[in-house]
Write a protein that binds this ligand. Sequence first.
Ligand SMILES: Cc1cc2nc3c(=O)[nH]c(=O)nc-3n(C[C@H](O)[C@H](O)[C@H](O)COP(=O)(O)OP(=O)(O)OC[C@H]3O[C@@H](n4cnc5c(N)ncnc54)[C@H](O)[C@@H]3O)c2cc1C
Length: 552
Amino acid sequence: MKKPIILTVDDEIEVSNAIERDLRSQYGKEYKIIKTNSGSEALETARLLKKRDDHIALFVTDQRMPEMEGTEFLEEAIKIYPDARKVLLTAYADTNAAITAINKLGLDHYLMKPWDPPEEKLYPILTDLLNSWHAGSHSTFEGIRVIGLPWDPASYHVKDFLARNNIPYKWLDVEVNEEAKRLLEIAGSSNHELPLLLFPDGSSMNKPENREIAERVGLQTIANEPLYDLVIVGAGPAGLAAAVYSASEGLKTLVVEEQAPGGQAGMSSRIENYLGFPVGLSGSELTHRAVTQARRFGVEILSAQKVVKLVPDGVSKKVVLQDGSELLCKALLIATGVSYRTLNAKGVDKLTGAGIYYGASMSEGPSVKDKDVFVVGGANSAGQAAMYFSRFAKSVTILIRADSISKSMSQYLIDQIASTANIKIQPKTEIIETIGTSRLGCIKLHHMDTNSEEIVEASTVFIFIGAFPRTDWLGDQIARDSHGFILSGTSIKADARFKSATNNRIPSLLETNIPGVFVAGDVRQGSVKRVASAVGEGSMAVMFVHQYLNTI
Ligand SMILES: Cc1cc2nc3c(=O)[nH]c(=O)nc-3n(C[C@H](O)[C@H](O)[C@H](O)COP(=O)(O)OP(=O)(O)OC[C@H]3O[C@@H](n4cnc5c(N)ncnc54)[C@H](O)[C@@H]3O)c2cc1C
């Protein structure tokens, strides 16, 4: 297996030697350190490495260089290695340049020179960045190979599942990759049986279900204990925050997750407004950190398992999973978030997963390279996706029905979009048909102001048009509003079922109409749909769980 690379750029020999020395002593075993002395030399090296299929994990560049500044170098370097982490070495006077680079280039960190002692000022930052680079799905890992068709929904789902569960894989497109064709022939599989997953031990799987993959790669799918203090449904930010607090406070805790930890936040390319991360962090980084933290405290996380029923039976609550298995708990937290609304246009169902996607799977970035991409929606999630895909695609067009994004998107994203040359906003426009046989080829647009129609070529459409709560599995036993959001606290104060079950106790802020069943995050009626508030509610819920457990 090839070592990933850390590439340094510095024209000052002393600084260049110092950074090389420090990097080599800390990371030399796992990374190859390559030193260059100018932006142009570094770019030439990066292009060469790319041709050799090597992976650059991190660029560390000085800002002040006579021929090409660090930020100018990074602007070019990310075209070659869009996923590499980027660190700028600065003097105090370069702070403005660094902040501009955070907004414009997605700079991950800027470090003041000198960085002594490196144990304090250099390594913690770089180790974090390298870990987060590894957490993305990079093909340095030569374990699982996924052979599939680029436009096949089944291949897309497998890649998405692996990526969102942080399981590294190598994608081999059977249409263009000779190795993929050869491996397919050896395995005796046909195109109908794709994707084909090849494991390092020589075993394989055709068109597997998420559950089969989860079991094969060693994710937990079966609970270890007969009874838990707290079961949490959903491993989004709310569920994971609750899990960390609950287990760290000694409660036996289990989380059940249907798809992959991280929830909606896991799909975010860059969360820029979460406290404590001044340069933002990707949803997969946040998830990786949260899952590691939860596991450290002993939380069990069941993957690829869906909760389909709740049977409250007095003090103990039974949770039924889709595979028929059952869990018992004293308290339950529902943190199932929301799901995307589907686009109501002709042809969409047939092409979903074959050029039309809900949300933005980060695994799709490289597959839209040099293509014309459309993003439907005007909220922050659409803006983030547009920014992310603009790094790969030839063009990104944001389609909105309103006349501008000013009311629906945060100003920082509006500014970023305005300064990104290959993103265009098309207002007062909706998709009314998607056209293609096995994959998306064109979309039919309706221009609302002129009431005219237009067919345009489109390879990929990402849809972000609002969401609905994931509560249909609860039936009518849990009180919900007319949209399906779960009522809690003061909203259920007058609920007769709650009153009679608790002898007129006042429900706690996040308690539902069933005593001991709590709700947190986007699925709760009236919640603020943000990562920080989901994390806050998840954390708070644990205090109410403790209070409840003291009463039983
Ligand atoms: C692309 C995108 C970008 C965003 N960017 C930002 C941002 O920059 N800043 C910000 O503050 N907010 C952002 N948001 C919003 C933020 O991600 C959400 O508010 C937050 O994720 C809500 O967390 P949650 O835990 O309540 O629910 P979710 O994140 O929706 O997680 C719920 C989880 O429950 C699981 N689940 C559902 N039903 C079941 C079931 N029956 N059984 C088992 N598991 C189940 C789901 O699979 C999911 O993983 C973004 C959202 C999206 C989609």
